[in-house]
Design a protein around this ligand. Structure first.
Ligand code: CDT
Length: 303
């Protein structure tokens, strides 16, 4: 008898400035997930707001939540709990004690218990990105800043793994840019993560900056392959701030990187798949060779 879990990626189009509107759309996605008997649903990075890091904004305090659940998010907790569904809920966090801001995600179990929090570790900073494909020297090139460093401190919670009451599933979370760091993913694998939720906001310009338009899919599937966990990638879709966001939410198979499920639209869409958690440890320490690791030789990776 395996340990099976049905997981879902709740992709969302551009976020509204009205946070309650975003919550309404999320409730629709939870309702759909309940109909599909989903055990754990993952939302997109900064699900409660627009991806405001695309601009320099003077007044931004209103984007952040100081507590969870907050009055705004209580309906999400209630709907998920009533559907016996766990939830990965990414949001802009203000730590009231220190007044620091983080790009975070709360991890909520099927009975509404908060299992814990993850704070995005790798925060991308101001970068010049080319608006056209000609690159440096091109005539129509334009630059912009990717402003996350203005709005978020680097996460300080490491790479925790959370255990759900549902099948004892071991759940990890990385947020967007984090997925590009194999070290972060390997930390989760070595801590036993069986399924990793990866919410993201990837604007098209980031893909033009010398990257393949397939970058997101390649990275998500590669992490599932090399770290032998299931990946639930949850993307922002549609056009916002004049830029096309990547979409492409998918669920990738542990150990192979095969796509188990993928969205087909460029807007709000739920995609789900049933995963076999028992496959993970067996495969990781079996044919995938984790027992042959030589950490004594990997010192450069941690310096
Ligand atoms: N949100 C986020 O972390 N986006 C990064 C792009 C950074 S490069 C401008 C990503 O990896 O998609």
């Amino acid at each position: 008898m395996g340990r099976y879990l049905t997981v879902a990626a709740a992709q969302m189009g551009p976020g509204s400035e009205n946070k309650a509107e975003n919550v309404k759309r999320m409730l629709v996605l939870i309702k759909e997930a309940a109909q599909q008997k989903v055990d754990f649903i993952g939302f997109v990075e900064l699900a409660l707001t627009p991806f405001f890091a695309m601009e320099v904004i003077a007044d931004y305090d209103h984007y952040y939540e100081e507590q969870m659940p907050s009055p705004l998010t209580e309906p999400l907790f209630k709907a998920a709990r009533e559907a016996n569904m766990g939830m990965v809920l990414p949001y802009a966090e203000k730590d009231p004690l220190y007044g620091r801001y983080y790009n975070s995600s709360i991890i909520v179990d099927c009975d509404g218990t908060i299992l814990g929090k993850y704070r995005k570790t790798h925060v991308p900073g101001a970068m010049f990105l080319m608006e056209n494909k000609q690159g440096p020297g091109g005539t129509a090139q334009k630059t912009y800043y990717f402003m996350e460093k203005r709005y978020f401190a680097p996460g300080d919670l490491g790479f925790p793994v959370f255990q759900s009451k549902k099948e004892g599933a071991k759940i990890g979370v990385l947020i967007c840019f984090d997925r590009r760091f194999p070290e972060a993913c390997r930390c989760l694998a070595l801590s036993g993560a069986e399924v990793v939720f990866i919410p993201y906001n990837t604007p098209g310009d980031a893909l033009l900056a010398g990257m393949s338009p397939n970058m997101n899919e390649i990275v998500l599937r590669t992490r599932a392959y090399e770290d032998f966990f299931y990946v639930v990638g949850v993307g922002r879709a549609g056009i916002a701030y004049g830029r096309q966001f990547n979409a492409g939410s998918l669920i990738a198979e542990a150990g192979t990187g095969d796509v188990k499920a993928m969205v087909s639209t460029d807007g709000d869409e739920l995609v789900s798949a049933t995963i076999d958690l028992d496959k993970v440890t067996a495969g990781r320490y079996g044919y995938h060779g984790f027992c042959e690791r030589r950490p004594e030789l990997y010192r450069p990776v941690v310096l």
